[in-house]
Design a protein around this ligand. Structure first.
Ligand SMILES: [Zn+2]
Ligand SMILES: [Zn+2]
Length: 398
């Protein structure tokens, strides 16, 4: 096993380079499936480190590589994943590494994830003699844009050749103080589905409602009725959300329109609740519309599934977290209604996804993910690198 002080020192030594990488990615953000420059730098770095079997262009811009331990023959393979994509946001930060591409910004921390996994690759590549088994590093496109990059990478075979036994991933956490790590066993992040409902009524004069079928009134009834699903049909000790976020209809103050359009999102943690809400949302929308003489067309699209951490793998992550930041700074993560396409890896293999705190109010680094002023305390990168390295080594030694 690697000595604590020695690992930390070696990470501290490479931190200037890690921060430079993160700032370079930050200055040059690329949207989902367009991470060409980023993926190019990743592949180049992995080659320079002597990482084996580097594969590029997977699902567009995905990259993988292998770091084979030399301490023992055979052994297991663990996959470590980073996402590389930025968001369509105009950055409002005044830093010298501000985005050079107007309207595109690393506002979620994926620049940090990429820089951290490169550093983990470096740390492990220089310690091949200290572990047995194989580490597969994976850099994926398009986490921010469902259906995302994870699913097509899995379809392209990244979990085989060699067969991957376990998967780990992390996210920078602007809701967590610098120096903390959040871990959680079981359901962690929600499944995120979207729906749209088109109500076909009958337009007419605003003063003659008897000649019309008013889609706005019917839409309003549907909005209200949908709120009964989570309140009355989901087990109250479980969680779910149905949010109507779009309601479009009408142009003139004295015209009842023909149609109205609703749209929104459904979040759940279990397959049963996901199935229930999908089915009942359709039944309620069409039922209410029918009762009020209209027709509702419902379109329901499943997005990322729930992110569910394996208990044994989470225990390994928790032990690594305790060694990295001390037991008092390891927190039980609260369930989050946001979604993550790392969930697809967790559907295929046991693993764990964890959060590395990066919030620092003293430095004004308080803005949340996807905010135009999002920025993180880069000291969190050292924590993430150590945590990920320890998790991988601990898993391979288990
Ligand atoms: Zn994000
Ligand atoms: Zn993210």
């Amino acid at each position: 096993m690697v000595a604590l002080a020695e690992l930390r020192e070696s990470i501290e030594e490479i931190m200037p380079g890690v921060v430079a990488d993160r700032r370079d990615f930050h200055e040059n953000p690329e949207l989902a499936f367009h991470e060409v420059r980023t993926a190019g730098i990743v592949a180049e770095r992995l080659r320079a480190l002597g990482v084996e079997d580097i594969r590029t262009g997977i699902a567009g811009t995905g990259v993988t590589g292998l770091i084979r331990g030399e301490a023992a023959a055979g052994g297991k393979t663990v996959l470590l994943r980073a996402d590389m994509d930025a968001l369509p946001i105009l950055e409002e930060n005044e830093v010298d590494y501000v985005s050079r591409t107007p309207g595109v910004m690393h506002a979620c921390g994926h620049d940090a994830h990429t820089a951290m996994l490169l550093a983990v690759s470096r740390t492990l590549a220089t310690r091949r003699g200290e572990f047995g088994g194989t580490v597969k590093v994976l850099f994926q496109p398009a986490e921010e844009m469902p259906p995302g990059g994870a699913k097509p990478m899995i379809a392209a075979g990244v979990l085989e050749d060699p067969h991957v036994d376990a998967v780990f991933g992390l996210h920078i956490n602007q809701d967590g103080p610098l120096g903390t790590i959040d871990v959680r066993s079981g359901p962690y992040m929600a499944a995120a589905d979207r729906f749209s409902i088109k109500i076909h009524g009958k337009g007419g004069h605003g003063a003659r409602p008897q000649d019309s079928v008013d889609p706005i009134l019917i839409g309003a009834q549907i909005v209200t009725a949908l709120q009964a699903l989570v309140a009355r049909e989901v087990d109250p000790v479980e969680s779910g959300v149905v949010s109507v976020c779009v309601f479009k209809s009408g142009e003139a103050f004295n015209v009842i329109p023909d149609t109205a359009e609703l749209g929104g999102t459904v979040r759940t943690f279990t397959q049963a609740n996901r199935d229930l809400l999908e089915r009942r949302l359709g039944e309620v929308a069409t039922g209410v519309a029918t009762a009020l003489r209209a027709v509702a067309e419902v379109d329901y699209t499943r997005g990322y599934p729930a992110t569910v951490n394996d208990p044994a793998m989470t225990e390994i992550a928790r032990e690594a977290a305790i060694e990295t930041v001390g037991v008092e700074h390891v927190r039980d993560g609260a369930m989050l209604m946001g979604a993550e396409d790392f969930s697809y890896f967790l559907q295929e293999r046991p693993g764990s996804f964890f959060f590395v705190g990066s919030r620092n109010p003293e430095r004004g680094l308080i803005w949340g993910h996807h905010h135009p002023r999002f920025d993180l305390d880069e000291a969190a990168l050292a924590v993430g690198i150590e945590m990920m390295t320890r998790t991988a080594l601990k898993y391979l030694a288990s």
